[in-house]
Design a protein around this ligand. Structure first.
Ligand code: NAP
Length: 517
């Protein structure tokens, strides 16, 4: 069992009691009493804190962290040692002692002695690096076990890139519940969740957002309600969105809601892959060389859609011809023998959103005139889709050469944004970021160009109803919002991940909730 642990880190006993009560109510499975946070710590306060912790019936860890390893209040070594010894005598289930101190004779010998006399208390040996990963992580674990074989060995280090997490996964795979390996920082968030699948001893969560004791700690609410921590086990399959930035992505909320609705043993994670092609390639190589991690699929978004296509091409993997024509892959599915299948679901998502709103079939788009604003990634997918069904497209773009290039590839027309007054199309689509939060008053087309006979589609989904769509509504036009496209592309993607449909209503509800609508 991987214990979902909340650090209690109040400066005084009353604050600690409040935190303990919040942690219990939120579903904590273990408490870590960070005694080093308490002002003027002494034996009396330690005893009271332990008593408050034990009252909950949850297992408790007592930690009195050395300042050199992230501790508070710069407590002297004799006091820290005394607190750990007294914690054992007062019935703590576990104590956490820095390995660097434990191997000092005048520190570790007394701790060993009290543990020998109180066999119910277990020892966590820990080592922290708040700057970077350790050079040889496996060696640290071997050393800790060689010094104290019964120890639960713990490391916590800053992951400066998501690729730094794989050493921690290797350790957890080898030692399971005898190990704790935490990768701190945004790039390390996944380690806090994947540890459950790998059977690590514990993972830390914070009581609320931004209330953690270490960078990257996820709130217990998100652990339980977004990642469904209680359902994760050895057999859980992993999925995620590869992006930079990834924090704003609504994909984890949407796909986790789908997996929950379909009762599928899978969890979907935010995968912060910074850097360019080489970092992206390393990430996927790390995944495919560790099939035991159980990653089965990825959504891919900015800035890696082209990297995903090139990766699949270079490896000789299967790529859907539509994705090749678009020149971008937004979905990777990992199949048997770690073979990868690359697809693009933006194409289908956009067409389905459009035809759904217009109440027509894809075939009926043939011959419709379309004014498409933008010539970036989304425009490529939408132009490819509309060209396939025989729509007559004109691409308008700020950088006219890009419009020209795209028009040439898909045999359609192009024009500069200044020619907008000549726009007379059945369908208008905004594929630029104009009008996106926070520039919510902006629109790529002024209201006077919009007509009641038109359908106006804005791919921007934040805000839900952009200025362009508000103007189109006033003009009496049909409108299609970006959330609809997102919903349909997510539905397509989920089908590829899970080999089964998720009702669109479930996805729509999750999208609207994630967008606070
Ligand atoms: P992209 O590849 O970076 O392309 C951006 C496009 O917007 C380019 O054509 C760019 O013109 C144009 N643009 C940006 N700022 C502009 C400005 N101030 N004035 C005029 N043109 C401007 O981005 P993308 O991946 O295509 O994404 C575009 C938008 O699509 C995003 O903002 C997002 O809201 C939306 N999107 C929606 C979904 C969905 O499922 N609904 C999915 C993905 C994206 P230049 O070529 O001149 O730079």
């Amino acid at each position: 069992m991987t214990h979902l642990t909340i650090p209690i880190c109040g400066k005084d006993l009353n604050t600690c009691r409040e935190q303990i009560s919040s942690a219990v109510n939120a579903g904590a499975e273990m408490l870590e009493l960070r005694t080093d946070y308490i002002q003027s710590l002494d034996s009396g306060k330690l005893q009271e804190l332990i008593a408050a912790g034990k009252k909950t019936g949850l297992p408790i860890i007592v930690t009195c962290r050395d300042a050199s390893q992230g501790g508070q209040n710069n407590l002297p070594a004799p006091l820290r040692k005394q607190m750990l010894i007294e914690a054992v005598k007062n019935g703590a289930d576990l104590i956490d002692c820095e390995f660097a101190n434990f191997i000092k004779e005048d520190f570790g010998e007394d701790i060993k002695k009290v543990l020998e006399e109180n066999k119910k208390t277990k020892l966590i040996l820990s080592e922290h690096n708040f700057k970077e990963p350790f050079d040889d992580l496996a060696e640290i674990y071997e050393e800790m076990y060689s010094v104290y074989p019964d120890a639960i060995a713990k490391t916590a280090y800053q992951a400066n890139h998501i690729n730094d997490c794989f050493a921690a996964f290797d350790v957890m795979r080898e030692y399971g519940e005898k190990a704790i390996a935490i990768c701190m920082g945004q790039a390390g968030i996944i380690s806090r969740i994947i540890t459950k699948k790998l059977g690590g001893f514990l993972t830390f969560a914070s009581i609320g957002d931004n209330q953690g004791t270490a960078p990257g700690q996820v709130s217990i609410d998100k652990m339980n309600n977004l990642y469904r921590f209680d359902t994760i086990n050895k057999g859980t399959e992993l999925f995620g969105v590869i992006a930079d930035p990834v924090g704003h992505s609504i994909s984890p909320a949407v796909h986790n809601a789908c997996f929950a609705a379909k009762k599928i043993n899978a969890v979907y994670l935010p995968l912060f892959v910074s850097g360019g092609k080489s970092e992206f390639d390393n990430f996927l190589n790390n995944i495919t060389s560790r099939p035991w991690l159980g990653f089965k699929g990825f959504s891919v978004t900015i800035p890696h859609k082209v990297n995903a296509l090139e990766y699949a091409q270079e490896k000789g993997e299967q790529i859907d011809p539509v994705a090749v024509r678009i020149g971008a892959v937004n979905t990777l599915v990992i199949g048997i023998n770690e073979r990868i299948n690359g697809c693009n679901t933006d194409y289908a998502g956009a067409l389905d959103a459009l035809t759904g709103a217009m109440g027509i079939s894809r075939k009926q788009l043939k011959g419709k005139t379309v004014g498409c604003f933008g010539a970036g990634g989304v425009a490529r997918a939408i132009v490819a889709g509309l060209a396939d069904v025989g729509a007559k497209i004109t691409i308008y773009n700020r950088t006219v050469e890009k419009a020209q290039g795209l028009a040439h590839e898909f045999e359609c027309h192009f024009a500069s944004i200044d020619e907008i007054q000549n726009l007379n199309a059945d369908i208008i689509i905004n594929c630029t970021s104009i009008g996106m939060h926070p520039n919510v008053n902006e629109s790529p087309i002024s209201a006077e160009h919009l007509k009641s006979t038109q359908t106006v589609f804005d791919t921007v989904y934040n805000p839900f109803e952009t200025q362009l769509l508000q103007d189109a509504k006033k003009a009496g036009a049909k409108i299609v919002n970006g959330a609809e496209m997102f919903i349909y592309q997510a539905a397509e993607q989920f089908k590829l991940f899970a080999q089964t449909d998720c009702p669109t209503d479930v996805i729509r509800k999750a999208v609207l909730k994630a967008l606070n609508l």
